[in-house]
Write a protein that binds this ligand. Structure first.
Ligand code: FES
Length: 172
């Protein structure tokens, strides 16, 4: 169908294998959106339009699905995605206080990104390391880092260290 002459945004080429595998599968849209978010960090309107064009599903329907499920993000995320566990074990061990500390320190709430684009905060369900509760995972350029037994002070120190590292990178 669409050969190289098509005006496809070049950066959506990574979606080709995903669409090939799940694009025509009944109920495959959620998987396509999950994989799209994994690749690009969020679901842009361009990505939604691209998926629509490739699958024949109306953009409004895809948008509706993307906004219905809280797992999907429609805005770009920061360089470091803080996944703060709000699962039962973490909740019992003070996850709310940790969230408070993060919000206080960075000035953002759940689902928000700092103005400098360095951090996004996302509350998530169990990260699978409950013995370390309360826990957060930070997804950054260098991969995922997990931090456990958090306190209000330790979480601020961790965020400061990451912010300092980012400043050094920005300064070259
Ligand atoms: S409840 Fe937080 S890691 Fe399991």
């Amino acid at each position: 169908m669409c050969e190289k002459s098509c005006k496809e945004p070049a950066d959506f080429s990574a979606l080709a294998p995903v669409l090939e595998k799940y694009g025509a599968v009944k109920g495959g849209l959620i998987t396509v959106l999950q994989k799209t978010q994994d690749i690009y960090g969020y679901l842009s309107m361009d990505a939604i339009r691209y998926i629509a064009a490739k699958t024949g599903i109306k953009p409004a329907k895809i948008y509706g699905v993307a906004t219905f499920y809280t797992q999907f993000r429609l805005k770009p995320i920061g360089k470091n995605l803080i996944m703060l566990c709000k699962g039962t074990a973490c909740h019992v061990n003070g996850a709310d206080l940790i969230e408070e500390a993060v919000s206080e320190y960075l000035g953002i709430g759940d689902g928000e990104t700092t103005a400098d684009g360095v951090f996004t905060l996302n509350n998530v369900a169990c990260l699978g390391c409950c013995s370390l509760a309360p826990v957060m995972m930070v997804k950054g350029a260098d991969g995922d880092e997990t931090f456990g037994n958090l306190t209000k002070d330790s979480v601020k120190a961790i965020l400061k260290e990451i912010a300092d590292r980012e400043k050094e990178v920005a300064a070259g």
